[in-house]
Design a protein around this ligand. Structure first.
Ligand SMILES: Cc1ncc(COP(=O)(O)O)c(C=O)c1O
Length: 443
């Protein structure tokens, strides 16, 4: 039985200050989920809600994945905690090796952290420290991109490209700049997968980076597909050009694969889907199926090697977290790799993607729809904002979907979808039918 709550807190419902949540609206209309299984959340009243977001882009193998749950149970009973500072445990070693095998060729090392935000800040620090270790300490500039989301640490926020997230937090990192989003609705709307157009934006890239003097740039960080900012797949040739530019000027390329990693595009990482390998990759979310917090920075061999100089007893990187490579997280991560290897998640997804894409794009022509973008099992539907009430139409649409027991996410007036990869064609139909219903009812 729960211990009684102190009288002065008994009627207080806002003790939990929630992330990215309008606290006072939530008090009036709380959305609570008590359990989850497979494709569904279950409310305290026993109501089943179809999860169109894989939690928060993370429950890629579906809720309560039995291997993952069992691995966590077993790990909790065996080794609750061990530091990773100058010691380790077998699951961390095994997971690191298998994860690098899952990653693109050339990525041979992983630095474990506990979230996407920590992964991004760690990747940015490794990038600067890499140049420092090579005697090129003047390379400190970090280049992000408009609409990029890289978590909530000061580093990630500095390279991110969503202005409203920065308001009120004072000066961020100096020495940052941002590329434009490679998107132009006039020429790219309703493209399926990678837009064919957009060459003009790609051609402008080198000129823009040259403004910042490439010899001072440590790294460029991009999400291969912009995720939280509204699902923008890269135009054809864009990532290749970015890679070539970075190579030409000695700049490290970081892919933030926190959303695109672990199968979301039908391959282990976006790097494999697009055939472009970065020097560093941040990941999190689907790593443990969202069941235990974990993140990682996947590191190319040549970056790691640059640190392995100096006396062997000296610490090469003064960085890390108490919970880096936590035993429960490593167990969940290993189980997820088993799921990918043995349950044919990617094969299943590959067979579904044509239907996902065509069903999504069938919403073209519905009221309020300005653009639809798809990349792997991701989708964004831009709605025309109501005059003077930006975001109202998006949240009205998401609310109506929820009333029909389908959970979708609204980001301003964009509806975003990222369901678990185990989704069936019938469940895809349910999600889009629910959005169609909502679109026909909102004004
Ligand atoms: C691309 C990207 N990077 C970083 C993050 C931050 O991850 P976390 O919320 O685990 O800190 C996110 C979260 O959505 C993300 O989408």
């Amino acid at each position: 039985m729960n211990a009684p709550v102190s009288p002065h807190l008994a009627n207080q419902r806002d003790a939990f200050w929630m992330p990215f949540t309008p606290m006072r609206s939530f008090q009036r209309e709380p959305m609570l989920f008590d359990r989850a299984e497979g494709m569904h959340y279950i409310t305290p009243e026993g109501h089943r809600v179809l999860d169109g977001m894989a939690g928060l882009w993370c429950v890629n193998a579906g809720h309560g994945q039995p291997r993952v749950v069992e691995a966590i149970r077993e790990a909790a009973g065996r080794l609750d905690f061990v530091s990773s500072f100058k010691m380790s445990h077998p699951a961390a070693q095994a997971y690191a090796t298998r994860l690098c095998d899952f990653a693109p060729e050339g990525i041979d090392h992983v630095f474990f952290v506990n979230s996407g935000s920590e992964a991004v800040d760690t990747a940015l620090k490794i990038a600067r420290a890499y140049h420092h270790a090579r005697g090129d300490a003047g390379r400190t500039k970090l280049i992000g991109r408009a609409k990029g989301y890289h978590g909530m640490g000061f580093g990630g926020l500095s390279v991110a490209g969503i202005g409203r997230h920065k308001i009120g937090f004072g000066p961020l990192l100096p020495d940052t700049a941002h590329l434009p989003l490679p998107y132009d609705r006039a020429t790219m709307a309703f493209s399926q997968g990678q837009p064919e157009a957009g060459a003009g934006i790609v051609d402008g890239l080198e000129a823009l980076l040259l403004v910042h003097d490439p010899a001072t740039i440590a790294a460029v960080i991009v999400e291969p597909v912009t995720g939280s900012g509204g699902v923008y797949p890269p135009p054809r040739g864009y990532l290749e050009r970015l890679r070539a530019f970075c190579d030409k000027h000695g700049i490290l390329l970081i892919f933030d694969e926190v959303i695109t990693g672990f199968g979301r595009l039908g391959t282990p990482f976006a790097a494999q889907a697009y055939g472009v390998t970065p020097d560093l990759m941040s990941c999190a979310k689907g790593m443990t199926n969202g069941a235990v917090p974990m993140g990682g920075v996947l590191v190319a061999g040549h970056v790691f090697d640059a640190f392995m100089n100096g006396p062997p007893e000296a610490i090469e990187l003064f960085h890390g977290y108490t919970y880096s490579a936590h035993p429960l997280a490593c167990a969940a991560g290993l189980a997820m790799l088993d799921v990918f290897a043995e349950d044919n998640l990617l094969g299943h997804l590959g067979s579904l993607l044509p239907f996902w894409e065509s069903r999504a794009h069938a919403l073209k022509g519905h009221p309020h729809v300005l653009d639809i973008r798809t990349a792997g099992l991701l989708c964004a539907i831009d709605l025309d904002p109501r005059a003077g009430a930006a975001g109202a139409r998006g949240s009205a649409c998401a609310r109506l979907c929820h009333e029909s027991d389908v959970l979708v996410r609204s980001s301003g007036d964009t509806i975003v979808l990222s369901p678990p990869l185990i989704i069936s064609p019938e469940e895809i139909e349910t999600i889009f039918a629910s959005i169609e219903m909502a679109l026909s009812r909102i004004d």
